[in-house]
Design a protein around this ligand. Sequence first.
Ligand code: FAD
Length: 456
Amino acid sequence: MAKKRNLQSFDVVIAGGGVSGCAAAIAAGRSGASVLVIEQAGYLGGTLTSCGVGPMMTFHAGEKQIIQGVMGELVDRMTERGYSPGHIRDTTDYISYLTPFSSEGLKLILDEMLDEVGCKVLFHTFVGSVQIENKQITGLTICNKDGLTQVSAKVYIDATGDGDIAAWAGATVIKGRETDGAMQPMTTKMKFCNVDTGLLRNHILSHAEDFPRLVNNIELINNTPYLAIAGFIEEFKKAKAAGEISIPREDILFFETSVPGEFIINTTRIIEHDATDAWSLSEAEKIGRVQCSELEKFLRDYVPGFEKAHLELTGPSIGVRQSRQLRGSYTLTAEDILERKPFDTVIAHSAYPIDIHNPKGEGTESTFMSEPGTYYSIPYEIMVCEEVENLIVTGRCVSATFEAQAAIRTTPTAGALGQAGGIAAALAVQEDILPRIVDVKKLQSALKEQGAYLEI
Ligand SMILES: Cc1cc2nc3c(=O)[nH]c(=O)nc-3n(C[C@H](O)[C@H](O)[C@H](O)COP(=O)(O)OP(=O)(O)OC[C@H]3O[C@@H](n4cnc5c(N)ncnc54)[C@H](O)[C@@H]3O)c2cc1C
């Protein structure tokens, strides 16, 4: 039984301290709301710190930075402190710019930014259930070393990535592809340090034909201090044929962080598992570790520069690309993205393509904007629903189709959505209204005042 002890009362309670939850907390705090963030890990940053994901991509459409505001400030602060080189060319030529960073630096700076606005954070705390009366959440039951406790707020933000709060409160959520429910695969990341980047760079330059994404643009490799590589297709094929690799993927993908010689490997692929099913998630963690051990051997045997590298870590938690999506007041679609549909209620832009890792096996399918350097708009209504009136959903579990989610799920966009969600929550509290009827014009003005880029 939950104790009937309330923690302090807050204007806004945010479940999840990933980038979207943090951006929401900072934005709500700057708008004058009292905020509590509840995070199951012992640090902020979500996928970027708990799963070893990086770099952030992308803040840009071609040369133009179209994600600014809190997320832009976060990168500026990391850059000033030496935790990031800032935005650099993507040497895989997938997007224009990406943003490497140190995950240890990110943890510190997020702590500081939340502290500055007086936001409280409960670490090592899991939201376990939701109380709801007359379509409104009246409290959350949280679990931590104090046991079970109740917290309550005027507005709740679901930034869990998995839509936990929305689902448990009774909002309509869907999982995966509309046709068969299949979700994008999970990935256990690996981080290596002490990679000999000179050897790696020379190998790529002398085997340009083996790197299809680079072959017409090989000078990129010479012009960047930080490498991002997709390739080693033949080597991977050979290792798979020899029974050394069980990963259902066709190439390897890896990125240098802001720490010279440190690389994040984004290559394992755990298919047909469900991150919102505790047994399935547990099984996926084990499969991920097996794939990592295969990959460690592969990298040492086949990839020049990794011979003496150290495996620093496998992601503390498996990375989840997709699980539940809210079905909110509006659902963003692939057509909205590719046709660049204008929305009066736009609260963020993005230029990241539709990037689908095959839910069933090998293959990654990308659909880019038809004109390079262009970007799309995201409306406020994908964060709210009629069924749970005092809830805002943000980050990767907003209301989007399978394909649209595959475009807006990455970090800068998730953070931009978070900033909008945080301001909307604060406005709803100030005006004592439901988030669904917040005046979006006021929200847009407040976003601009907080430095967000909005084309309206
Ligand atoms: C394998 C992989 C590779 C990726 N590669 C890139 C990349 O290269 N570049 C890029 O920009 N993006 C990448 N992404 C996407 C990006 O990392 C995430 O989609 C984005 O960061 C999502 O942010 P979020 O805040 O919505 O969710 P998350 O980062 O998932 O944060 C959710 C937070 O909520 C917490 N939480 C969840 N449930 C509860 C609960 N019930 N109670 C308390 N706390 C809870 C979690 O611990 C977590 O901290 C990748 C994702 C994956 C999985």
